[in-house]
Design a protein around this ligand. Structure first.
Ligand code: C2E
Ligand code: MG
Ligand code: MG
Length: 577
């Protein structure tokens, strides 16, 4: 207690001695977040101020004590710091430096200011010291983020593209080649969605670590996004040849990936390869080409290596163009519906008509639905297109019904995407009600791809359609997985034998056996059989003889515009009355 009182009295006495200005300086120095080292040349005295003690845990009172301070500085910074501190030697008035203090494990900045008198002699010097560790770490993190991907530690896309640009420039000068491959994990979504993103992330990290091992001064790799990596090889020959690198990747993926949970995962990858200068001359175009061919390969089956060729790119550009034009066509409703009649094989009476969409683009070219329906399914426009087809054909059907008074079946093709929508049945029933069409005259054609999605929900929906009296036909039978066992469990009415069977039914014995078994089975199950694509009389006669119920094809009627269909209806009307 006495000691404290003594210190307090001393401080008071010292304070009284200080001028108001001194007090102001002290106050300022104590409130800022820096430390100061003040040196008076006249008195050869050193004073430490501000946060000095907080920073370094010791004071410097004499010049010789500065060596203690240098001991704490990381060796590499000691000399440059010495230079800055003894700045007056160089007759500079200001200098600054950043140093790492090893015992504190912290970064400090040192800024020195020297004052000179009229004769150019230094009089005072102050060194302002700031702890910059936090901003230094933040800067390092930012720099890391600018170049690397957080998940895999591989280069990120931006930095990789920059480096690839440098490779390409060098290849241009040296007349060399740069190969780029896009590597994509097959069915990654299933893993990510089915087993969770922790598993997905760990897999991406592990494959990333393996790809990193392939890197050297010619090979570099980046994590593009999700499960996609890009690897670039400058001058791909020898150990760094494209085939060699691909073989190494495939060898690795033959082995399972062991996750930290102990779980083992087997994967395959699809790879697209494109080369400078053959495929493209800029980094982004090169990546784009490799990606396009990779997806092309994937579409043909997984675990595949697809090399660039110009035809693939042309196809892709065509589909992009088509995609754009199709969206415009949907907006402007630039479609027509043609109708192809179907006839009973026994007496050639009209059974029904299949509505087939036609698209005439702005240049007057007709684009086949076989080409644009898959594009519409991909870009989602199939839903609007499908609704339009349903409404227009029902409307047309009812006009004919009023005009000719005959009952026939209107068949409409329905795509899997359209069918899977929750509002599908409600919309359909609303249209039937709007035009007062008898639901027994409407038939929906679905393909096996609809069934693949989810057999249970598909057949439940079929039952709902049946409850409204709507007929269902299985289209293109024989082109998909064509399992006969599911046929028995499906509430369908009609089965359409694909044209590919009809094409060879007269010449190929095996096709004949299959076709006849399908017809027999359909009969036994109580459905109706329709043969599609019947083009000649012999085919017709054969199908009639083996008991196929209905015939559709160019022989009896091509798909035709509504005006022409009216002649068919007039004839049918005459047959009845
Ligand atoms: P699909 O439903 O199997 O239709 C039969 C296709 O075979 C039609 O081709 C038709 O013109 C053609 N065809 C009919 N008889 C013969 C023949 O004797 N010989 C030959 N060579 N071909 C014949 P189209 O009109 O080009 O339609 C192709 C496919 O596009 C259709 O196959 C159907 O899957 C789809 N499609 C057509 N319209 C629509 C639609 O409105 N909605 C949906 N989702 N798909 C449609
Ligand atoms: Mg069809
Ligand atoms: Mg068909």
């Amino acid at each position: 207690m006495n000691e404290m009182r003594y210190q307090l009295d001393l401080l008071k006495a010292m304070n009284q001695k200080l001028t108001a200005k001194d007090r102001m300086y002290h106050l300022i120095c104590d409130t800022v977040s820096c430390a100061f080292l003040y040196y008076s040349f006249d008195k050869n005295e050193l004073t430490t101020l501000g946060k000095w003690r907080d920073f370094f845990d010791f004071e410097i009172r004499e010049v010789k004590e500065i060596s203690q301070f240098f001991d704490a500085v990381e060796d590499a910074y000691a000399l440059p710091l010495l230079d800055v501190i003894f700045l007056e030697k160089n007759h500079q008035s200001f200098a600054s430096i950043e140093c790492y203090m090893k015992d504190k494990k912290a970064w400090y900045s040192f800024s020195t200011q020297v004052l000179y008198d009229e004769e150019d002699h230094p009089t005072d010097k102050v060194i302002c010291i700031e702890n910059i560790t936090k901003s230094k770490v933040q800067n390092e993190e930012l720099t890391y983020m600018a170049y690397y991907d957080g998940l895999t530690g591989l280069y990120n896309r931006n930095y990789f593209v920059r480096l690839l640009g440098e490779h390409i420039r060098r290849a241009e000068e040296e007349n060399n080649v740069v190969s780029v491959m896009i590597i994509d994990i097959d069915d990654f979504r299933k893993i990510n969605d089915g087993q969770g993103i922790i598993v997905g992330d760990e897999l991406v990290q592990q494959l990333g670590s393996f790809l990193k091992e392939l890197c050297n001064d010619k090979v570099m790799v980046c994590h593009l996004n999700s499960d996609i990596y890009c690897l670039a090889i400058y001058s791909p020959t020898g150990n760094c040849g494209v085939e060699t690198v691909i073989r190494q990747i495939q060898e690795r993926t033959k082995q399972p990936f062991r996750l930290s949970s102990g779980q083992e995962l087997k994967i395959t990858v699809s790879i697209g390869v494109a080369e400078y200068p053959e495929a493209a001359t800029t980094p982004l175009e090169l990546l784009n080409c490799a990606e396009i061919v990779m997806y092309k390969g994937k579409a043909m089956g997984k675990n595949i290596v697809q090399y660039y060729n110009a035809a693939i790119l042309d196809d892709f550009l065509y589909s992009v163009e088509l995609d754009k034009k199709l969206k415009e066509a949907v907006f402007n409703q630039n479609f027509e519906i043609h109708f192809q009649p179907q006839f009973y094989s026994t007496d050639k009476r009209l059974r029904g008509a299949e509505a087939l969409i036609r698209w005439r683009d702005t240049t007057g070219n007709t684009i086949s639905p076989a080409v644009f329906i898959p594009v519409a399914e991909k870009n989602g426009t199939i839903v609007s297109i499908g609704n339009w087809v349903v409404e227009q054909s029902v409307k047309q059907y009812m006009e004919w019904k009023k005009q000719y008074g005959i009952d026939f079946i209107l068949s409409i093709n329905i795509s899997a995407l359209q069918y899977s929508r929750d509002d599908f049945v409600d919309n359909l029933v609303a249209i039937l009600n709007k035009y007062e069409m008898d639901s027994n005259c409407l038939e929906l054609e679905i393909t096996e791809s609809v069934l693949i999605e989810n057999f249970k929900s598909v057949s439940d929906k079929l039952k709902v359609l049946k409850s409204y009296g709507i007929r269902v036909s299985l289209d293109d039978f024989g082109t998909g997985f064509s399992s006969l066992s599911y046929l028995m469990r499906l509430p369908i009415d009609t089965l359409k034998i694909d044209k590919s069977f009809i094409d060879t039914v007269l010449t190929d014995h095996a096709t004949q056996i299959i076709t006849e078994s399908i017809i027999d089975m359909v009969k036994a199950l109580g459905f109706e059989s329709i043969a599609e694509g019947v083009e000649d009389e012999r085919q017709f006669q054969y199908l009639h003889d083996v008991g196929c119920d209905v015939i559709q094809g160019y022989l009896l009627g091509r798909p035709m515009p509504p005006e022409q269909m009216e002649h068919v209806l007039e004839q049918a009307e005459r047959q009845i009355y």
